[in-house]
Design a protein around this ligand. Structure first.
Ligand SMILES: Cc1cc2nc3c(=O)[nH]c(=O)nc-3n(C[C@H](O)[C@H](O)[C@H](O)COP(=O)(O)OP(=O)(O)OC[C@H]3O[C@@H](n4cnc5c(N)ncnc54)[C@H](O)[C@@H]3O)c2cc1C
Ligand code: SF4
Ligand code: SF4
Length: 616
């Protein structure tokens, strides 16, 4: 026998590894309505299975915790709120005394669940079921539940599979009047928990929407309801304001949109670059909304309290959807030098058709979100010879979508992680010469779950730059609303989930100005919610419906297969122009992708209870 040998994976180990992968995919596909108490019990059992058993808190304590949580799940007369107290003290004592991460992290996870879902623990003790908010979620299909506008995804995917593209778009428009914009730029939260992940990978839902809009031809809006004679003013012609205008017009109300800029579209036009969302496609969608008879007053800035007061007097209701267009300052020396721009300023100028030239310049972009990637990639297209994206955290902590970061790198931008801007150096005329940064190290996790950037105490570093563009976030211009008595919270308009502004009858607000910078589909969902609640406030109960029959779900073989990704133009050619970079799917690709959908609207516990939502 040899003294040493090389261990190779045996069959059992290979099978166990593949089971871990299956488990990972299953966890990734857990839909948002799972019972949090049951989930905690399942994770606890898994952790207990990993325990080496050497320390008592882990070996004995975790089993005790499991039993207590099982008691809560099983109910019974001995289970009271004290049981929940006992779960907490047991978990705290395991957390504080277990020898290794298996024990203390398992206990931590239970404590986090207790803090986040106390209401559900209590509801289990008192009523034997989860709290109602979780029950509502659990009735949703994973993809539909996570699309903020609750678009009927299995419905339109099955229509695409049947080649009924116009019907697919009609169905989408019941909940979202911007199918083209969303097909091109939606961040597709609907894919995050797609149940198909359990088999192979989530369905490319956005890609199938794109195939539908690319092949549907023009889809006219449904007929409008009889005129109600009511008038509604919408302040802000972005996706949220225009969505509200679309549905309110369908309900028979007369809508007028007041927009500060030269064109409608908000950040879809003045933020998102045209290589991702071509302006003519955006305009196509806006024109359909306007065809319902929506009045528009462009270049009208409603920024004085008296102006809003007048609208309130002249109209039956007002919807505020002004977005978040004021930029956050970097707060460093030299920030007001010539050559320092905000992402908002730069993209706004381009949205108005005023391209700036960065020919042969070196540009530093500060930030790690999608906006930073957009300005960096735009700078390359405007001729910059070098673009550095300086970020104070690690690349893996960036909030930008991975595909956006990859896209920027492929187009020649460099991502420089763990650098916090410290000052801007200028020449004697006040023009930017360089940005100085302090190297950072990733520290303890902060509230966002990412390591906090901490000064590494290393020497300052210099990045030569002709332009510094800050993309570290936007806020609203809140002054007007403060003066009107509309509460603002951390620079945002305060409105509840029904978009109602408290204490001001007939005033509603939604979109980025309420949530802070978010996404197109969230602002569209707010516009839809506002339309429903304004209609109700005016004393009506109009229904928005669609006359599209969704194909029956069929049983079928669902072998694992690859997810179809959308192709992009090669980086060498696309970085020189503003032409669209993404290419849609071919017919074969779309059919294969649509056929992967598991039709969770029919099969599985997520099926639509009481039938699908054909109207709202
Ligand atoms: C660079 C960038 C890239 C983005 N990329 C994506 C993406 O890929 N996917 C995605 O889903 N989302 C993306 N977003 C976010 C998305 O565009 C916004 O969340 C969305 O547009 C917000 O819609 P909204 O209607 O609430 O506000 P906005 O789109 O900001 O519209 C508000 C409108 O109100 C007008 N207005 C403001 N003040 C007044 C006033 N006083 N009087 C009259 N009119 C006024 C503004 O001019 C504007 O037209 C991006 C944003 C930016 C900045
Ligand atoms: S709008 Fe966005 S979130 Fe909703 S279904 Fe389409 S891609 Fe998904
Ligand atoms: S398989 Fe289809 S219905 Fe199920 S979550 Fe995914 S897209 Fe939705």
């Amino acid at each position: 026998m040899s003294r040493l040998d090389i261990k190779s994976q045996d069959q059992a180990q290979i099978v166990v590894e593949s089971l871990y992968e299956d488990m990972e995919r299953r966890v990734a596909a857990s839909h948002p309505g799972l019972c949090p108490v049951d989930t905690a019990a399942a994770f606890l059992r898994l952790s207990h299975g990993q325990s080496c058993g050497k320390c008592t808190p882990c070996r004995v304590g975790l089993e005790q915790l499991e039993n207590l949580i099982d008691d809560v799940l099983d109910g019974g007369k001995d289970v009271t709120k004290d049981t929940i107290g006992l779960i907490r003290t047991t978990a705290e004592s395991i957390r504080d005394s277990a020898d290794c991460a298996i024990g203390f992290e398992a206990a931590n996870m239970v404590l986090k669940g207790l803090d986040g879902f106390l209401e559900d623990y209590i509801s289990h003790v008192e009523k034997g079921v989860c709290a109602s908010n979780i029950r509502e979620y659990s009735e949703a299909i994973p993809c539909v539940g996570l699309c903020p506008a609750r678009v009927d995804i299995p419905g339109y995917v099955s229509l695409v599979l049947e080649g009924r593209y116009k019907d697919a778009v009609k169905l989408i428009k019941k909940d979202n009047p911007f199918p083209i914009a969303c097909a091109l730029v939606c961040e597709h939260p609907c894919e995050n928990r797609c149940r198909r992940t359990m088999i192979d990978a989530p369905i490319n839902i956005r890609g199938l929407k794109r195939f539908a809009v690319d092949n549907s031809g023009k889809v006219e809006p449904p007929p409008k309801a009889e005129s109600t004679g009511k008038k509604i003013a919408v302040i802000g012609g972005g996706p949220s304001g225009l969505t509200a205008a679309y549905y309110l017009s369908l309900m028979g109300h007369k809508v007028k949109v007041f927009e500060k800029r030269k064109f409608l579209g908000g950040m879809l036009r003045y933020g998102i670059p045209s290589y991702r969302l071509p302006r003519e496609r955006l305009q196509e969608e806006i024109d359909i909304i306007l065809s319902l008879g929506v009045d528009v007053e462009l270049e009208t800035d409603i920024s004085k309290a008296e102006e809003v007061k007048k609208l309130k007097k002249d109209y039956d209701a007002v919807y505020i959807a002004v977005g978040a267009h004021a930029f956050q300052s970097l707060g460093i020396k030299g920030e007001d030098s010539r050559g320092v721009l905000s992402a908002v300023e730069m993209l706004r100028a381009i949205g108005d058709g005023n391209m700036i030239s960065l020919e042969g310049k070196t540009v530093s972009v500060i930030g790690g979100g999608n906006v930073a990637m957009d300005v960096a990639r735009t700078a390359r297209r405007l001729g910059a010879k070098e673009v550095n994206i300086l970020y104070r955290r690690r690349r893996s902590d960036m909030t930008a979508l991975n595909e956006e970061i990859e896209g920027a790198i492929a187009e020649g931008c460099e991502v420089v992680e763990l650098k916090a801007p410290s000052r801007i150096e200028t020449d004697k005329d006040g023009n930017v010469k360089a940005i100085w940064v302090k190297p950072q190290i990733p520290g303890e996790l902060d509230k966002s779950g990412r390591p906090r950037p901490c000064d590494s105490k290393g020497s300052e570093e210099r990045y030569e730059s002709d332009f510094v563009i800050s993309a570290i976030g936007q806020k609203i211009e809140a002054g007007t609303f403060d003066k009107l008595g509309i509460a603002t919270d951390r620079g945002r308009v305060s409105a509840d989930e029904a978009c109602i502004v408290s204490k001001l009858k007939g005033v509603f607000a939604g979109g980025d100005c309420v949530t802070g910078p978010a996404t197109a589909i969230r602002s569209i969902a707010a516009g839809k919610t506002a339309a429903a609640n304004i209609d109700e406030y005016l004393g009506y109960n109009h229904e928005i419906s669609v006359d599209v029959e969704v194909p029956h779900a069929k049983q079928g073989n669902r072998p694992p297969m690859g997810r179809i990704q959308m192709r992009e133009r090669p980086s060498a050619s696309r970085r020189k122009d503003f032409e669209e970079i993404e290419e849609g799917m071919t017919l074969e690709e779309a059919m294969q992708e649509a056929s992967r959908c598991l039709r969770c609207d029919h099969f599985g516990m997520g099926s639509f209870k009481g039938g699908r939502e054909q109207k709202w």
